[in-house]
Design a protein around this ligand. Sequence first.
Ligand SMILES: O=c1ccn([C@@H]2O[C@H](COP(=O)(O)OP(=O)(O)O[C@H]3OC[C@@H](O)[C@H](O)[C@H]3O)[C@@H](O)[C@H]2O)c(=O)[nH]1
Length: 444
Amino acid sequence: MIKFTSFFKIIFCILTIVFVFALYQNWIKNATQHLGQQPSSYAMESGGDARSDVIQTLSAKVKEVVNYSASIMGELDAAKDKIKFLEQKIETMNQRIPKKFPTVKFKNYRTKKRILVTGGAGFVGSHLVDRLMLAGHEVIVVDNFFTGRKRNVEQWIGHANFELIHQDIVNPLFIEVDEIYHLASPASPPHYMFNPVKTIKTNTIGTINMLGLAKRGTARILIASTSEIYGDPQKHPQEETYWGYVNPIGPRACYDEGKRVSETLSYAYAKQEQVDVRVARIFNTYGPRMHMNDGRVVSNFILQALQNETLTIYGHGNQTRSFQYVSDLVDGLIALMEANYTQPVNLGNPNEHTIQEFAEIIRHLVGSKNDIKQIKAVEDDPQRRKPDITRANKYLHWKPKVSLEDGLQKTIAYFRDELRISLKGQSFSNSAWIDNVNDRIPHR
Ligand SMILES: O=c1ccn([C@@H]2O[C@H](COP(=O)(O)OP(=O)(O)O[C@H]3OC[C@@H](O)[C@H](O)[C@H]3O)[C@@H](O)[C@H]2O)c(=O)[nH]1
């Protein structure tokens, strides 16, 4: 089938030929008339064959017209390419911008809250934002996009209940809200070690700014603390009354101590300024929307297994972790914010595995037969970690619901898609990135 543009080209060529022919006819006619009227003078002036002059001029004109048509054709081709490119762009944008927002619950002015989520475009933050938006609240996200991504919250951009502010919380923010979920901080070891001073500033100055905001607006504030405040724990499992065992000058200190100060600040503001605080000690969490370059064990192992690469264990692999799925954590954060309980609460899944076992589980679920190899251990790597969740159970009636297998299946499916997307565009080498991280984090 002839395409419209090819058809157009043919018509254009025919018209050009007809036009040239008509021009030629007209020229000959005029020239003959001219010759007929003044044959002798014309012949004398030209000093040669007048007809051949006319033909020469005519062929020059024809050349001009042909060149002109060729340049028009070139421009047409370029325009066609540009239209194709723009059509593809519109198609991609149409796929990414939802035609319709997810349905949110209706809340009246008494029950609807204005909620600020710092770090709301990050992995955990964006899942929390989804839940709060679906519940019908007004949500304001503040993120500096160091590890967060607009893509994580794009489903809400343009919604009347949603606002996205690009700001670093190290700089003060002046808004009025009812609740603050303060999640802003890099959480993956390679990310928080990347710029330790910045990590400390975020967790100290950033937390002071948020506590100040809570104080001025009498908002309730939930601080995202971490299992890392227990350091390399001497007590197992870790209950909230355990004070921890942290190296204050080690490579992890910027995060561990930063979060410890964050907790200290929260209770100082609670005591001195009557700020209504909640403190969640978050244990290892995984799930969709983790960054491809996250660098934590779940994303590293899954990406290695999916790309037929060797799974790399830092150290002997006997160190343990207990992994919770992100939706369980979000349930816990909301339950804690709503509860009438102000002491720190562990939020984690007590299902404990060695890292060696964990590598084998992931390899099995991905269905790969890659090797698992041990490389140098990282400095100050906590050797055992498992939350005691008695407190969360008692005061929040919370316990994790998602099994490791179900959670990992969902996460593997997510990373499979991410790989497909990234391989379509720009190539992504996780192994190269992991090598880079291995060089950056201090090994023993
Ligand atoms: O590729 C890898 C990555 C990590 N690991 C090991 O796997 C274990 C878990 O490491 P991760 O980097 O996932 O996370 P960590 O437990 O060290 O820190 C995490 O703790 C709890 C949270 O608050 C934070 O998200 C994060 O700091 C460590 O022993 C680490 O050495 C590997 O063996 N291979």
